[in-house]
Unconditional design. Structure first.
Length: 339
């Protein structure tokens, strides 16, 4: 990309928890989907990691916003500011003018017309000249390296922060899909609620997230279990400091309900699948992508329950973003991109 490059091409995975931008086949931005805005002037103060560090620690003059909820834009103005701020992180310092932007953005497969339009408008307001959209499960399939145009059924389960996307893909299209608003954030909320109810301990969202990363498990028995995680916080009744060791068995019980909802959604998507494609899925297995795929024991639990092998993608966190990057390089070839 030289000084006189007129079109800048970027692929963007707008996630509820993290947003990733790919430019020239490389991940150039991987930041939390948070913005910090000044209350009086509505001026943008920080985007990504600096804004995430302010979360829960704001002074009255500042508010932090997560513009996406359940995988879709909940705050239009904040989303536009966030996309603009993240696109700026890509730009080279030597440019005298800003080039026109060609973007591929991924969206949940259960998006309504209004939600799709919100993504398009936010992207255009942030400087996108040509905006294309791709459904998340399709992007995940491309990122995993599947041949989405083959006459063969592949099933993807993409567990993000705000939504779980389940889709059967064949011949470049989504044959059956199920999108549920139960995902990583719900597991975090379950942990937060459990700590308050069982241990009388006040826990913030970031601490609940840490518990999930350190001792989160979908099974009550694991082959190589993690060490108990020590949680420090105030007692809900007395406000005195407490230290509570949390084990993975305890967390597996408290997130049980949300995991069961995911299982039910996967079974519902399989129910709608034509028999020929169902046979392909049994043969090929089901692929898990998204941050939720990293939960200990999840693939094994799904395999035992549904009796089809579940495989965790090689880099589940970046599978959707990488697939969006593949779509960007093949804009003219893939007819499943939404213009």
């Amino acid at each position: 990309m030289g000084l006189f490059s007129f079109t800048q091409e970027i692929a963007m995975d707008l996630g509820t928890a993290n947003s990733i931008i790919i430019h020239n086949d490389k991940i150039v931005v991987d930041e939390p989907s948070v913005v910090a805005i000044e209350n009086k002037t509505d001026k943008l103060i920080a985007v990504g990691t600096p804004a995430h560090m302010m979360e829960g620690r704001e002074s009255p003059g500042i508010r932090t916003i997560r513009p996406l909820r359940d995988g879709v834009i909940a705050d239009f103005n904040a989303a536009e500011q966030m996309i603009r701020g993240m696109v700026k992180m890509v730009g080279s310092k030597r440019r005298w003018f800003s080039p026109s932007l060609r973007m591929v953005v991924c969206i949940p497969s259960g998006s309504t017309e209004v939600e799709i339009r919100a993504v398009r408008d936010s992207s255009e307001h942030a400087g996108g000249r040509d905006v294309y959209m791709i459904y998340e499960p399709m992007a995940a399939a491309l990122g995993i390296g599947l041949d989405v145009e083959a006459p063969e059924g592949n099933m993807i389960v993409d567990i993000g922060g705000g939504s779980t996307e389940i889709a059967v893909i064949s011949l470049g299209g989504i044959v059956s899909n199920k999108s549920i608003r139960v995902a990583g954030n719900d597991l975090t909320a379950d942990i937060q609620e459990h700590m308050g109810r069982v241990h009388n301990l006040k826990v913030g969202t970031n601490m609940a997230e840490q518990i999930k990363i350190n001792v989160g498990s979908a099974l009550p028995t694991l082959e190589n279990p993690p060490e108990p995680f020590i949680v420090t916080g105030p007692n809900k009744m007395t406000s005195l400091p407490m230290e509570v060791p949390v084990t993975y068995e305890e967390i597996s019980h408290c997130i049980e309900k949300s995991i069961t909802k995911m299982e039910a959604a996967i079974l519902a998507a399989l129910e709608q699948t034509p028999p020929e494609l169902y046979a392909d899925i049994v043969k090929n297995g089901i692929y898990l992508a998204g941050g939720g795929a990293l939960l200990r024991g999840l693939a094994k639990r799904f395999t035992d329950k549904i009796r089809i092998e579940f495989k965790v993608a090689e880099d589940p966190l970046h599978a959707v973003a990488k697939g969006t990057g593949v779509a960007l390089k093949n804009i003219n070839r893939f007819n499943f991109l939404i213009r």
